[in-house]
Ligand binder design. Structure first.
Ligand SMILES: C[S@@+](CC[C@H](N)C(=O)[O-])C[C@H]1O[C@@H](n2cnc3c(N)ncnc32)[C@H](O)[C@@H]1O
Length: 264
C-alpha cells in the first residue's frame, strides 16, 4: 500500500482531550499542518515547532479561501516524503468537505488517509448530557445541515424530518433557527418538542440553552448565543431533565447535578 502523503484528520469539537491517539501521533510527525478555524485550544501546538502552519479557515458570513483554492493548495503542498496534515474541526467526513478534498487529492494520484474525529453532535450532546438515542424515546438520530446560500430557503425534506422518535441534530443552523423550528412544526412536530442549542460545546465556554421548538429561537436570541452552535431537537433533550421521560424518578435531581458540575 502507498504511504499517505496527506492525512485528513478530525480534530474533534474543541476539547483537545477528545482527539484520537492516532490524530495526536500524526500531528506530532507533521511537516505541514493546513488547518480550519474551529480547532480546539492547544491542538496545533502538538505539531513540532518546525512544522509549517497554514490557516485556510472560513468564518460564517465572511469570505475565506475558496474550496477550490484549498484543494489546489493541498495538491501543491503534498510532496513525496512530506507529511501534510489537513486538520479539520470535528470529523472530516461530517459536513467538513473532507470527501471533496480526498477526491481531489486522489484524482491527482496523491495517497490520502482519513483519521476520524469526534463530530460536534457526539461531543456536544455528551457534554450537555443529552443521549442522542434513548430506549423508548428515540430510535434513531439524523445529522442535518442548517446551512444554505444567503437569501435562500433551506431545501430540506421537512415531512421526512418530522418524526418524533428520531433525534435531529442541526449543524450550522443558528442563522435559520426560526425557519427550522417553524418548518418542523408545520410538518407535524408538536410545538412543545424539546430542543436545545449548544454553543462552544466541549470547551470551557460551553453554553446550553434549552426550550421547545416554539421557544428556542427567542431563548437563544436572549442568551445572545454565537457560532459555533449546534441544535438538538427531540424528546431526548429532556431525558435527563424530565423524570417521566427518563423514568428514573430522580430526573430533576440528575439535571440539577448536571448544571452544578457543568463542564470540567
Ligand atoms: C462546517 S460544520 C463542521 C462540522 C465538523 N466537521 C464536525 O464533524 O463537527 C461547522 C458546524 O459544526 C457545529 N460545531 C462544530 N463545533 C462545535 C462546537 N464546539 N459547539 C457547537 N457546535 C459546533 C456548528 O453547528 C458549526 O456551525
Amino acid at each position: 500500500m502507498l504511504k499517505p502523503q496527506v492525512y485528513l484528520v478530525g480534530a474533534g469539537p474543541g476539547d483537545p482531550e477528545l482527539l484520537t491517539v492516532k490524530a495526536v501521533r500524526v500531528l506530532q510527525q507533521a511537516d505541514i499542518v493546513v488547518h480550519d478555524r474551529l480547532i480546539g485550544e492547544g491542538i496545533l501546538d502538538l505539531a513540532p515547532p518546525r512544522a509549517q502552519r497554514v490557516y485556510v479557515g472560513k468564518a460564517p458570513g465572511r469570505p475565506g479561501m475558496t474550496q477550490d483554492g484549498i484543494n489546489g493548495l493541498l495538491v501543491e503542498l503534498a510532496a513525496p516524503g512530506k507529511r501534510v496534515v489537513r486538520l479539520k474541526g470535528g470529523d472530516p467526513f461530517i459536513f467538513g468537505r473532507g470527501g471533496e478534498e480526498a477526491l481531489h487529492l486522489l484524482r491527482h494520484g496523491i495517497p490520502v488517509e482519513v483519521i476520524p474525529g469526534v463530530t460536534a453532535a457526539l461531543g456536544c450532546a455528551a457534554s450537555a448530557m443529552i443521549p442522542l438515542t434513548h430506549r423508548g424515546v428515540a430510535t434513531g438520530v439524523r445529522f442535518v445541515t442548517g446551512h444554505c446560500r444567503a437569501g435562500w430557503w433551506l431545501d430540506l425534506n421537512w415531512p421526512s424530518l418530522a418524526d418524533p422518535r428520531t433525534t435531529l441534530v442541526f449543524y450550522m443552523g443558528l442563522a435559520h433557527l426560526e425557519e427550522i423550528a417553524g418548518r418542523l412544526i408545520e410538518a407535524g412536530l408538536p410545538h412543545g418538542t424539546p430542543a436545545a442549542a449548544i454553543a462552544d460545546g466541549t470547551t470551557p465556554e460551553q453554553r446550553v440553552v434549552r426550550g421547545s421548538l416554539a421557544t428556542l429561537e427567542r431563548a437563544v436570541r436572549l442568551a445572545a448565543l454565537a457560532s459555533p452552535v449546534l441544535l438538538v431537537i427531540g424528546p431526548v433533550v429532556d431525558v435527563l431533565v424530565d423524570p417521566q421521560l427518563a423514568r428514573l424518578g430522580e430526573g430533576r435531581r440528575v439535571a440539577a447535578v448536571v448544571e452544578q458540575v457543568g463542564h470540567a
